[in-house]
Design a protein around this ligand. Structure first.
Ligand code: NAP
Length: 304
């Protein structure tokens, strides 16, 4: 067994990782927001994971952020908009040679976190699906795969064996940045339209021209950003995802329906500012971002 895993954010994905690491015998400690959240967790008597209709409660040790000891390996599992603030709070606790795994969707927050801490930052892109049915009660909704990589240091870390032992399906990859861009493009081609048309992913089969136009602009942007692999076959993959997940609501649609803040700034916001930096006129993407921001305004949700 390698050294302790700290998991910040006992939400959907953090809880899913923590429960699997803990039950396979890894040393895991959850870092919760404050003493109140720690008291809530203690009343729940642990973290409950529902998986294939099996419900198990795991008494994973937990600590409040203001009482946490040194951290050498951290899974940062909060939303992209919370990650920089959480990283600043954790910065003084990180040991020399600390490693931080960033699970955030989209792009933008990873760079901000890396600037705030003195640690090796490992980027992750996951197709796992989990949601919170109640506080500290996670449902493992869709088995997926997680790609991990470090654009600055291609050598894989030794703790990948913990993931293996915990049956967390993963691969170490040297092209993690390209994978994150590809996922960003897929999300931008699908999620905002599902919000604006208030439909499941399959509903976009009624809007094929719009999807095709967005994919063309996203491919142009990926090329300009030096990510040609992420651009290859984008439109075909978007259509495949729409068909394969036709019955699902996108994560952005679920956030909006549940009146939760979205990660739009790290998806459409990031894409639109990257286009501006490269002086690309991507009309359809800009219009989509404007329509989405207006939609969020009228529904009382933040644009960032
Ligand atoms: P989530 O269920 O909302 O969980 C986020 C957790 O972070 C919450 O438990 C929250 O605590 C905690 N948190 C935020 N700031 C904190 C702080 N300063 N200190 C301690 N805890 C803090 O979010 P999620 O769905 O797991 O998503 C996490 C990231 O993974 C997102 O970027 C998402 O896009 C990505 N992702 C998620 C999935 C999925 O299936 N869920 C799949 C792929 C990627 P409170 O409970 O106290 O609010």
């Amino acid at each position: 067994m390698t050294s302790r895993w700290h998991v910040l954010g006992a939400g959907s994905l953090g809880g899913l990782w923590a429960a699997r690491l803990f039950r396979s015998g890894c040393d895991v400690e959850l870092i919760l927001r404050d003493q109140q959240r720690l008291a809530d967790y203690k009343s729940a008597a642990g973290l409950t994971l529902t998986e294939d209709d099996q419900v198990n409660c795991y008494p994973i040790p937990a600590v409040a952020l203001d009482n946490c000891g040194p951290v050498s390996r951290l899974l940062l599992a909060c939303k992209a908009y919370d990650a920089p603030a959480a990283a600043s709070q954790l910065a003084p606790l990180l040991t020399a040679n600390a490693e931080v795994i960033l699970l955030q969707n989209g792009l933008g927050s990873q760079e901000r976190v890396a600037d705030l801490i003195n640690a090796r930052c490992i980027l992750a892109s996951s197709t796992e699906g989990a949601f919170r049915q109640a506080d500290f009660s996670i449902v493992y909704a869709g088995h997926g795969h997680t790609w991990l990589g470090d654009p600055l240091r291609p050598a894989p870390p030794s703790w990948l064996e913990d993931l293996q032992q915990s049956q967390i399906s993963h691969d170490w990859t040297v092209d993690i940045v390209s994978r994150l861009w590809r996922k960003l493009a897929l999300n931008c081609a699908i999620n905002p339209l599902t919000v604006l048309y208030d439909c499941r992913n399959g509903g976009l089969r009624e809007h094929t021209d719009e999807v095709a136009g967005l994919c063309a602009e996203l491919s142009q942007l990926l090329q300009a950003c030096g990510m040609p692999d992420a651009a290859t076959g984008l439109h075909e993959q978007v259509l495949k995802v729409i068909n394969a997940t036709a019955a699902n609501y996108s994560s952005m649609h679920q956030d909006v329906r549940q009146k939760r803040r979205t990660e739009i700034a790290y998806l459409m916001g990031y894409v639109c500012s990257a286009a501006e930096q490269h002086q690309l006129q991507l009309t359809q993407l800009n219009e989509l971002n404007t329509r989405l921001c207006h939609y969020l305004d009228t529904h009382g949700l933040p644009r960032h």
